[in-house]
Design a protein around this ligand. Structure first.
Ligand SMILES: *[C@@H]1O[C@H](CO)[C@@H](O)[C@H](O)[C@H]1NC(C)=O
Ligand SMILES: *[C@@H]1O[C@H](CO)[C@@H](O)[C@H](O)[C@H]1NC(C)=O
Length: 259
């Protein structure tokens, strides 16, 4: 019995959690085409390598990398908030180093940024603003100042919050409350991919289409060469030699031929 069959048996009856930590690293992509399809990778010296901050030439792509930040016209490793000059002060909110929980905000006047200041929520509508803790948003609702934990669907008080903060979490407004979107909520094959659990625990589950409805996947046998990588949250990759979708950590790319 080969390892793949064995691991499928071990997983039988369990849902498949995936995570950022298990995503394929650039070194798993053995051709220039597959390498260049990955936002964070660059093809150089015949191998696929991690793109460094200075190799991003687009503001949004730069800022989407946890430790890179865009400044005026270039991307580089985040240093500290006060080093950044923004044409649009609102861009201060987009930079920082997520890995180190460092976030920035605009200064009152001028275009430099400053460290994000956490402040206790006030008791009145005017000072019920900003964040009291990293995830604790001050939010005026029902005539009181509420502290909303933006990591969880069920703490998002109303439809507006459910929509704004719920998008990344996979929340939906249903039966008059904010709830997690589960696999069975997806009604088409193309949307039946992933069920998020919450922001911080980072372990979405894979969904699969059984021909009629969407359900939690028990393995990755429903994925083929065209969707193995993308539909597995980049945790699995198509092994074309074996013709199976395998976990990145178990995959050894074929060695590249140097001409
Ligand atoms: C950002 O740009 C400003 C203005 O050009 C410059 O003074 C500052 O040193 C730059 N900061 C970083 C981190 O590169
Ligand atoms: C609004 O506040 C009132 C009084 O505290 C409470 O009875 C009610 O349940 C609250 N409504 C919502 C939707 O939270």
């Amino acid at each position: 019995m080969n390892f793949f069959v064995l691991s499928c048996l071990l997983f039988l009856g369990h849902s498949i959690p995936v995570s950022y930590k298990e995503q394929c690293t650039c070194s798993k992509f053995s051709t220039e085409t597959t390498c260049m399809e990955q936002v964070n990778c660059i093809w150089s010296n015949q191998i696929c390598q991690d793109r460094s901050c200075t190799q991003f030439y687009n503001k949004d792509k730069c800022n989407s990398v946890s430790h890179c930040s865009w400044n005026v016209s270039t991307c580089s490793e985040f240093t500290k908030c006060s080093d950044y000059y923004m044409n649009d002060p609102y861009d201060c909110y987009k930079i920082g180093n997520q890995d180190l929980n460092l976030f920035c905000m605009p200064t009152e006047n001028g275009n430099y940024c400053k460290d994000y200041e956490l402040a206790p929520c006030g008791n009145f509508q005017d000072d019920c603003i900003g964040f009291q803790t990293q995830w604790g948003l001050c939010y005026w609702y029902n005539d009181t100042c509420n502290v909303v934990d933006i990591r969880y669907c069920d703490t998002l008080l109303n439809e507006d919050l459910c929509f704004i903060f719920g998008e990344g979490l996979g929340c939906q407004w249903k039966d008059n409350k904010c709830q997690m979107i589960t696999c069975s909520d997806f009604t088409s094959e193309s949307t039946c991919v992933l069920m998020r659990q919450n922001f911080i625990e980072d372990s979405p589950l894979l969904c699969m289409w059984d021909g009629v409805k969407c359900m939690e996947a028990q393995d990755v046998s429903h994925l083929d060469f065209s969707n193995c990588l993308v539909n597995s949250f980049y945790n699995y990759i198509w092994d074309s030699t074996k013709g199976v979708c395998v976990a990145c950590k178990d995959y050894t790319p074929p060695s590249t031929q140097t001409p």
